[in-house]
Structure formats: structure tokens, C-alpha cells
Design a protein around this ligand. Structure first.
Ligand SMILES: [Zn+2]
Length: 250
């Protein structure tokens, strides 16, 4: 059975109940982290995942609240004795900066450091990120302050589809990613350049004919009822606030 675990829900400023936005998707042999912040090993364990099982990391864009955990993740996996490689997917802009950051940490000198395979995605809509017996994942550019992707995750066995907007203004590519999805996870930062309000997230979910909408990347001190109410003005399906460590089986 496919699983999603929300590992964080806050916008760039987390609090004691909301870590920065990132999530985990799992099916069969693959365990995929989508963005990486906070204290990655502790969070994976808290989500009931053996960190050694992690196969892939998808980085949506190079803002600190989405990528700052990567060096700690890689170092801790290495110190825990990991031998097998890991694959990191993202746009050239994101992965170029990530490789620079890892160089600053001098990771090339870490003895027996496992292989990190950087998979650069083309900056085009519906780029194939991964396709195997567990997942078909595509990525499309969205509209944020720097090069950013949203993703569409299809669980092959169940046929269920989950789309994640990442950070974005309302944008057609997100509608296309979320088309008839079972779950659209859309950011709802509020009125802020390069982001979306809950009402706009609802409009995107409605345009995509998504079956449900989960709001994420919201202010940690938000008025929960207001956020839900706003999204429900524009989306006729069920709307939920994603919560930290929310687990969804598909
Ligand atoms: Zn951002």
C-alpha cells in the first residue's frame, strides 16, 4: 500500500508544532523524501521509517526552508554506516547549488561516503522524474521566486494520484499536475509574493477537478478555521489542513 507522511507543514518560519514543509512518499521498494529540513533522521524515525531505506530525495527548489536538512541527512546516513547510494532529483539550478553546499562541507573527503547521484530534471512541463513498478512521478516548473518544481505522484499498484504544488503562485502547471488527482497538496502561505492564498489553492483544486485538497506551507500561527473557510469558498470538494506527521494510506 502506498503511504504519504507529512513531515512538516509550516511556511518558512516553523514553530514547536509545525516543522518546515516536507513530506515522505513510500511504496514497495522506494522511500522518497520530498524536500528536506529540520532534523531528518529523527523525523524519519518518528514517522516509523528506517532512514537506511531512503532511496530518493526530491528537492523542489533551493530555499533554506526546503533544502537546509540535506547536508545533515547525508552526513548522518554516512555516519550510520550506509553503503548504498542515494538519488537526488531536482532542477539544474537546485542541484548545482546543492553540490556547491556539499563541497563547502568537504564531503569528498568523508571516508567511504556513499554515492550521491544527482538527477537533473529538464526545465519543462511533465518531465519524467521516476518511473518504475512502484511510482510514476512527473515534475513541472511552477511560479515561485526562483526555479521551482511541483510534482505529480502516481502509485502504480493502486492508480491513486497525489500532486504537490511546492511554493507557487496560482499557476496552470499545478492544475495540470493535479488533474483529477485523489489528493492535491497545495501551499497556502497567504498574501505573499510568489505564494498562494487558501482561496487560490481552492481555485486550483477546483480547476484540476481534484478529489480532495490539503493545505500546507501555511503560517504556523494561522487561524485554522479561517484558512479552511477561505479554501472552501472556491473548492467544492473536501478541504483539510495538513498536519505534522499526518499519515495517509493510498
Ligand atoms: Zn520557497
Amino acid at each position: 500500500m502506498g503511504t504519504i507522511v507529512i513531515l512538516g507543514t509550516a511556511n518558512a518560519v516553523p514553530d514547536d508544532r509545525h516543522e518546515n514543509t516536507h513530506l515522505l512518499v513510500q511504496e514497495g521498494q522506494r522511500t522518497i523524501l520530498v524536500d528536506c529540513t529540520g532534523n531528518p533522521l529523527a523525523e524519519l524515525k518518528r514517522a516509523g521509517v528506517n532512514p537506511d531505506q531512503l532511496t530518493d530525495v526530491i528537492l523542489t527548489h533551493f530555499h533554506p526552508d526546503h533544502v537546509s536538512g540535506v547536508p545533515l541527512l547525508l552526513m548522518d546516513l554516512w555516519l550510520s554506516g550506509r553503503k548504498h547510494g542515494i538519488r537526488i532529483h531536482g532542477l539544474a539550478d537546485t542541484l548545482g547549488r546543492m553540490q556547491t553546499m556539499m563541497k563547502l562541507f568537504d564531503c569528498e573527503s568523508w571516508p567511504n561516503f556513499f554515492t550521491v547521484d544527482y538527477h537533473i530534471l529538464p526545465d519543462i512541463a511533465q518531465a519524467e522524474l521516476l518511473a518504475d513498478g512502484d511510482f510514476i512521478i512527473t515534475a513541472s516548473p511552477v511560479k515561485h521566486l526562483i526555479p521551482t518544481i511541483g510534482i505529480r505522484v502516481e502509485f502504480v499498484r493502486s492508480g491513486k494520484v497525489v500532486a504537490y504544488s511546492s511554493d507557487t503562485e496560482p499557476y496552470q502547471n499545478v492544475v495540470d499536475l493535479g488533474l483529477e488527482s485523489d489528493i492535491l497538496i497545495h501551499e497556502a502561505t497567504g498574501t505573499s509574493f510568489g505564494h498562494s492564498t487558501p482561496r487560490q489553492a481552492g481555485e486550483i483544486a477546483q480547476a484540476a477537478s481534484a478529489k480532495s485538497l490539503y493545505l500546507i506551507h501555511y503560517p504556523a500561527d494561522l487561524d485554522e478555521e479561517k484558512w479552511l473557510w477561505e479554501a472552501r469558498q472556491s473548492f467544492t470538494g473536501p478541504v483539510y489542513l495538513a498536519g505534522d506527521y499526518l499519515r495517509i494510506e493510498l
